[in-house]
Design a protein around this ligand. Structure first.
Ligand SMILES: [Zn+2]
Length: 170
């Protein structure tokens, strides 16, 4: 089961975001979006190694707008696919890639955690602003995320409740 390209784009991982922050510190390059024809800083375009400049031709805003349209037209089908992916693909992963992902996740988590601590207030403010401006997209992303991580969330909740019970007993 192949994950949809759009799905991966929306859930581009922490590493890419860290990479983009690095870009925003360097002198900013600009690029014209082929959809909205606006000139925008290069970090407003997703990384795409197949492209000559290493970035997509359509800016992130246009892409997510496009994806949102696609998402609402195909919502049922996409959610079913997410479920299928969850049910089937996990068992097929090799031990190597599983380990690699785990190691990498720990490393990224640590890096992101340190960064977050340093910038907590600014992040909160920015996130709230972004959420207010992109409410619909945020809700769709959240829904997809939940669908994709259903098992993990269940496990987390169970674990949390168990810990609470132990705490309350003591
Ligand atoms: Zn655009």
């Amino acid at each position: 089961m192949k994950r949809s390209f759009e799905f991966d784009t929306l859930f581009s991982d922490i590493e890419q975001r860290l990479e983009e922050r690095k870009d925003s510190i360097k002198p900013i390059k600009f690029k014209v979006c082929s959809e909205c024809k606006q000139k925008k800083p290069i970090f407003k375009f997703s990384v795409n190694k197949r492209n000559l400049e290493g970035r997509t031709n359509i800016c992130k805003e246009c892409r997510s707008r496009e994806y949102l349209r696609y998402y609402y037209q195909n919502r049922e089908r996409i959610l079913i696919k997410c479920k299928e992916y969850r049910d089937t693909d996990k068992g097929n992963r090799s031990a190597y890639s599983e380990n690699y992902r785990k190691d990498n996740r720990e490393r990224l988590k640590k890096k992101a955690g340190e960064w977050y601590k340093k910038n907590r207030k600014a992040i909160k403010k920015r996130n709230l602003k972004y959420y207010q401006e992109n409410k619909e997209a945020c809700l769709a992303i959240r829904e997809l995320w939940r669908e994709k991580n259903k098992e993990g969330i269940k496990k987390y909740n169970r674990e949390y409740k168990r810990k609470q019970r132990i705490k309350n007993k003591n």
